[in-house]
Ligand binder design. Sequence first.
Ligand code: DGY
Length: 436
Amino acid sequence: MNKNLINDAKIVLNNNFQDKGYSIPCKGLYPFQWKWDSGFIAIGFAHYDMDKAKKEIETLLDAQWENGFIPHIVFHVESDTYFPGPDYHQSELHPLSNKKHPSTGMTQPPVTGFTIEKIYEIAKDKTDGLEFVKRNIDKVFENHRYFYENRDPQNEGLVYIYHNWESGTDNSPIWDDIWKTMNPPTYNIKRKDTQLVDPSQRPSNREYDHYLHIIEIAKKHNYSDEKIAELSPFLVQDPLFNAMLIKSNNALINLYKLIGNNEAKIKQLEKWQEKSIKSFNDKLYDEELGAYIHYDLRNEKPLRFVSSSSFSPLFAGIPSKERAKRLVTTMMDKFGGEDLYLCASFDPESERFNPKKYWRGPVWINLNWILYYGLKDYGYNEIAERVKSDSIELIEKSGFYEYFDARKSIYKTDKGGYGGGNFSWSAALLIDLINN
Ligand code: DGY
């Protein structure tokens, strides 16, 4: 069974790999290279086509800006199936943007560091694997420097995101409170996504007004980080984003040690790391909820909701053993009912939970993958195995969808897979999970 599934996953990945050396997340809906998708996709390729894995990352890094920034979408080609495209984002407004590749002016969770470590770990030819790491590691280091120097105005070791698309969890109910603080104009735009996917599975038009309005403000100031920190109505310290950065810091430390002769960079990374982990535990943990939460830096208030992002710090070794225990209890109490697949993206007990709508409830394979490894690291093997087998079962039942209904009962009558089909990271991470 697993063998067929792996073959099907390879077909999805091979079909989504483009001549220019990168993968699209899926046809039509997402026709370019996305930053965090690229990392997960490369991990899948590493198991059977190392050249494509390395190429995926090197193509992404070729689009890095002169200030170390790595954009969330790289527009390698033109496409009429996606909005907003390069003409809307206008990355060229930023003086240090990449001169070869048009992109967005926002980023996505920093997964590239732990991706290159994973690729090295999976590589059978360690000499070649290390050469790949040596060619690319300084670029990732510069990306982390960009974050710490430009995205941490209060010098806390916690970096902010200025747009919901930077979180990766695009339309999470967590942002609803922020939308209430804004009143953007109505933009008369032609949505493309809702022509390709049932609109009930996608963000609303009003939500898109908010998304575009934040970009309008950033563009007005040529994507200046300083101005964005001062003016963006959305400024959030996100536990998922910061956990990915911390995990990637760790990966860079390990890899620099392996390479040798990089004491200064290791020291710098350790300094960032210590501060980040401390602030993360001090500021982003909610004792009463027993979970990590988001912090709204613009309005100076915690956003007290539990989502799958709340548990991602396990993956980066952030909580103490004791706190991890509490975290896992919260996870199982809220998300682990017998009638639910692990792990819904948003608190199933909340009235804001929507089992079909993108990041407002469905299960996502990349978050499950993060949780699987995190749970294993802390010794929660049984729950980790459930996350893994749930992920495999969902894909077996529905196919390589972008996201999945967490309610088990629905699969008796319904497909349960939503959003884009033949979705790259669902295929890539299934390969990694099965191989683990
Ligand atoms: C979209 O268009 O929904 C993308 O996920 C943004 O990154």
